[in-house]
Design a protein around this ligand. Sequence first.
Ligand code: C2E
Ligand code: MG
Ligand code: MG
Ligand code: MG
Length: 277
Amino acid sequence: RAKSHQRSSYSYFTVDMGVEIRERVRMMHALRAAFENERLFVVYQPQIDMRTERAVGAEALLRWKTEDGQFVPPDQFIPIAEYSGLIVDIGEWVLRSACFELVDLHKAGFTDFKMAINVSQAQFSHPLFLQSLERALLDTQAPAQCVELEITESMAMTDPELLIRTLHHIKRLGAQVSIDDFGTGFSSLSHLQKLNVDKLKIDRAFVNEIGDKSGDGSIAKMIVQLSQSLNIKVIAEGVETEQQADTLMSYGCHLAQGYLYARPLTKEDLRVWLAKK
Ligand code: C2E
Ligand code: MG
Ligand code: MG
Ligand code: MG
């Protein structure tokens, strides 16, 4: 019985795979067309100092609205952009758009505002990445110390040599680096110390455990303590409740991003939101 069950699930698997590949190719063409026809846009989620509840910056997040008005979630299209290489051009465009917005916000009086921008592995390891970063900073006149690149923990492991070299150059340009979704990628602690990053972002999953019956926030607490002993900043992602905010503050984490404070906003809505604060 086990055998026949195995065989049937195997044949389902291959059928699904065929559909999946066709679907991925379809999505890749649609994504390229959307990019070329300027149907991608960037939204900005405020990052908050929980003690004052004021915004200290924002994270730029990519959005894709199809012609029939549907939103495709980034978790679906970013992997396709990465897989197809499209992420290199799209990522550069996000970087430049976010830098332009940063400069506009500074001009509007939010002078210390920081802008966090996600960078994929494929972008980061591209030979022209540093040039495109330098050019983006020059062209937009964005102050590098207000630009924060978010890399993921898994990137910290694939090619440590390249990573260390690239981080070194980013530092020379004056930009900041943070590790996104921290705690999900099993990177070694000694490696983390060598990387010399500026900030850890506690993954939403660990923030979620605070106040949850199944968990108690012990991992979030550990990440805060780790950041303190490495003397780097820490921010919590996905803060949704007052209880989570209070608990994180009691751990010594003061920066947060989450629906409790604000959802990702269009640049127009971000202005309105900031003006109300
Ligand atoms: P991320 O960089 O970890 O971004 C945080 C995600 O958490 C965002 O999802 C944000 O909308 C969501 N979030 C923020 N606060 C809350 C909350 O309180 N509750 C819940 N449930 N979710 C919250 P989003 O915008 O769907 O993006 C998903 C992922 O897609 C990002 O995760 C990032 O890995 C990737 N991504 C988005 N934009 C870009 C981009 O421009 N370039 C690259 N390379 N990746 C991107
Ligand atoms: Mg991020
Ligand atoms: Mg994250
Ligand atoms: Mg993520």
